[in-house]
Design a protein around this ligand. Structure first.
Ligand code: MN
Length: 386
């Protein structure tokens, strides 16, 4: 049976790699919907190649360009965030791959779950912001959330066949990013160009900056809490610079299972799309002799404070992870625009968390408001730094 896939965020790093996977397996996967926020040129090129039923361009100003470029093809074209939230409910879709960046993933993910679609979740911010809402909905509509994030895919793979065996704890591995081992003085003058130069993984800008600041691992801890129903103290982070062990589950008998492989996002993408089957691939294989030493070390949270801030938000619960995420999205954006320094990002997040109103049991509307308030306060903090 062919799975029909909707890719939200088709022109990003995960989206383009997902299309590589799909292209190699036309007998298993078919592209039904492609959406992009702004990259109209690439979206058009992808649509011409894969001939999906529907494409949506988020930026409405680019609608006429996309619809004219695809006019001779049997492809429906829409524009705007509302259209993205609507097309995910199309009856012909089997799996929705959520690969857009940040908070914008929340609404279409909710709509897709309500339409009973399996979710291949690459947009970790959705679970960070509103994990309780999303997991409740997934339960209610009896749909699978298949993690695409490599660490969570690893844990998910380790849990296959362990349905009734409780998890004692998990270890999320972190590469440490380009600034591993650096002190605070170095980080004060670190540039976005240095931060974007990740040693192991090729990813989009937002996640690469988050990876350099260790916020990515903080967001992933919160993501893991919701995906695997864990308490904060069951989630540990260990720095593993080679990025071969993708994460580890420890069971109640003390036994540990790890999933290993080359750092290649096509692997977790393909596992999520193909689940429960493993699909034959020609990706490069791991060779032990190329990696004579796999090493592990603690993250230096006195230098990389974001990891602590994310755990604080997770322990506090309610809307606090949503506030953390909003402040971080602003901080990363301002860092990339060179308006603030690398170390300032943690300060923006911390001050925003301290000044935002706390909502212990947020509704969907509370999350929308917390996100807005978090962004507003974060921008105020940034303006005082200039
Ligand atoms: Mn990851």
């Amino acid at each position: 049976m062919i799975k029909r896939i909707a890719i939200l965020g088709a022109t990003g790093s995960i989206g383009t790699q997902a299309l590589e996977v799909i292209e190699q397996h036309p007998e298993k996967f078919e592209v039904e919907v492609l959406t992009a926020n702004n990259n109209a040129n690439l979206l058009v090129a992808q649509a011409k190649k894969f001939i999906p039923n529907t494409v949506v361009i988020g930026n409405k100003e680019k609608y006429s360009f996309v619809s004219e470029a695809l006019a001779s093809l049997p492809i429906k074209v829409y524009a705007g965030a509302e259209a993205i939230a609507q097309v995910v409910q199309m009856g012909t879709i089997d799996v929705v791959l959520t690969a857009m960046v940040g908070f914008s993933g929340l609404k279409p993910t909710i709509k897709a779950i309500e339409a009973g679609k399996s979710i291949a979740l690459a947009n970790k911010e959705t679970l960070v912001v509103a994990g309780d809402l999303i997991t409740k909905l997934a339960h209610e509509y009896k749909i699978n959330i298949l993690p695409v994030d490599s660490e969570h895919s690893a844990i998910f793979q380790c849990l296959v066949g362990e349905l009734n065996n409780p998890i004692e704890k998990i270890y999320l591995t972190a590469s440490g990013g380009p600034f591993r081992g650096k002190g605070i003085e170095f980080l004060r003058t670190a540039t976005s160009r240095q931060a974007l130069n990740h040693p192991n993984w090729s990813m989009g800008n937002k996640v690469t900056i988050d990876s350099a600041s260790l916020m990515n691992k903080g967001l992933e801890a919160i993501e893991a809490k919701w995906l695997f129903d864990l308490k904060p103290e069951q989630i540990d982070v260990i720095v593993h610079p080679q990025s071969i062990v993708h994460s580890i589950v420890q069971f109640e008998d003390g036994s540990m299972k790890a999933q290993m492989g080359m750092p290649d996002m096509r692997l977790p993408i393909q596992y999520a799309l193909g689940f429960p089957d493993r699909v034959k691939s020609n990706f490069p294989r791991f060779n032990f002799l190329d990696y004579p030493a796999l090493t592990f070390e603690h993250a230096d949270v006195s230098v990389f404070r974001n990891l602590d801030l994310a755990y604080l938000a997770m322990q506090k619960g309610g809307n606090m992870p949503c506030v953390l995420n909003a402040a971080n999205e602003i901080a990363v954006d301002c860092f990339l625009k060179q308006e603030i320094g690398f170390v300032d990002m943690s300060e923006v997040v911390e001050k925003t968390m301290m000044s935002s109103s706390f909502v212990p049991m947020p509704s969907y509307d509370d999350y929308i408001m917390s996100d807005e308030e978090g962004r507003r306060i974060a921008l105020q903090v940034v303006s005082k730094m200039r």
